[in-house]
Ligand binder design. Sequence first.
Ligand SMILES: *Cc1c(COP(=O)(O)O)cnc(C)c1O
Length: 421
Amino acid sequence: MDHFTYRHGQLHAEDVAIADIAGAVGTPVYIYSRATLERHYQVFSRAFTGLDPLICYAVKANANIAVIHTLASLGAGADVVSGGELRSALAAGVPGDRIVFSGIGKTEDEMAMALQAGVCQVNVESVPELEALSDVASRLGRVASTAIRVNPDVDANTHAKITTGRRENKFGIEWTAAHAVCAAAAALPGIELCGIACHIGSQLTGLEPFRQAFLRLRDLVLMLRADGHHIRTLDLGGGLGIPYGDEVEPVPHPDAYAGIVRETVGRLGCRLILEPGRLLVGNAGVLVTRVLYVKEGATRTFVIVDAAMNDLIRPALYGAFHAIVPATEPAGDAEPRLVDVVGPICESGDTFARDRPLPPVGAGDLLVFRTAGAYAAVMASTYNARPLVAETMVNGARFAVVRDRGTIDDLLVRQHVPTWT
Ligand SMILES: *Cc1c(COP(=O)(O)O)cnc(C)c1O
């Protein structure tokens, strides 16, 4: 459930008409709903009542500090994958001891930043990385609380670009090698082996892969404990899918996901860490764009909008589906037409939808891409010298710009023509 609904014929974000935000801030513009963020966080956290997990919002889904701050104020920690995300989480008010640092390619500078911020856990994905972390920690006179990310080799049944838990993926320590790597970790002076982690992919729409992965984690924890390791945390990653509107079967509810967690790893006595990203923010955001032209091609009709693949890359990158609705509610008897919705960029990949039934639209109309809160604004680029778009947040009847629209000067000021050209 979200808070984007038609009222008096106009799509609203909570109590604010989307057209009012577009009028004030321009287009394209991202709009996040605070009430939706809160609702998603509550539904997710209530599902785990009694287990007392640490819910670390996966910042890479949407790194806007107003979004992180909103979730932190509800009790969330953060899962970060770069020095920049670490700084963002700290700037948004997440305490260091509620931050998990993940990622397969941490630099030594990032490791030092993480240790100095007092993160609760660093998740490590290779033996060379373990050695580097031990060195950095020793140099700083610290010991790094470290979890080993294992690759449980399960098929998440999701898009190939966002599956991460197969043996052939670059992530984690091979399931069969985990035992030996944990022994090596425990012997390093700068490392305190505190736990095991996994993350098998994103936008999972079935629960069985989670069950298989968590059962493997359980076996591993028991085996490591038998070896004398004190395993106190178990990080289950994120990945639970959300409805985008093109699913054939309903996506599992967080309660069902929590049921799997309880059944498989609920009684190990480990502090559970959960890293939901998309689930918390996906349906809490939309991207609003304005129709520039409607072009009647030889065989198709193109609706050319002012947003492009640089602003929202998911359709081009993953073939992802986003529901598209007009800001003005169509008349009940409006006959939909099949159109292609495309951006202005000089690539055929800059296509948001093909053969999509849309009510009649014309130049100047506002269209809204739904479910654009996750992996959307964070993936924006300035391709075609298009400045980054503005982001806004609504809270009841108020809204605020939470990221200023970029300017062309921003782009030019960082470039230099050497005198010798
Ligand atoms: C991407 C990622 C997440 C979040 O995944 P979602 O599908 O957005 O829930 C969590 N943990 C790690 C390590 C990740 O890389």
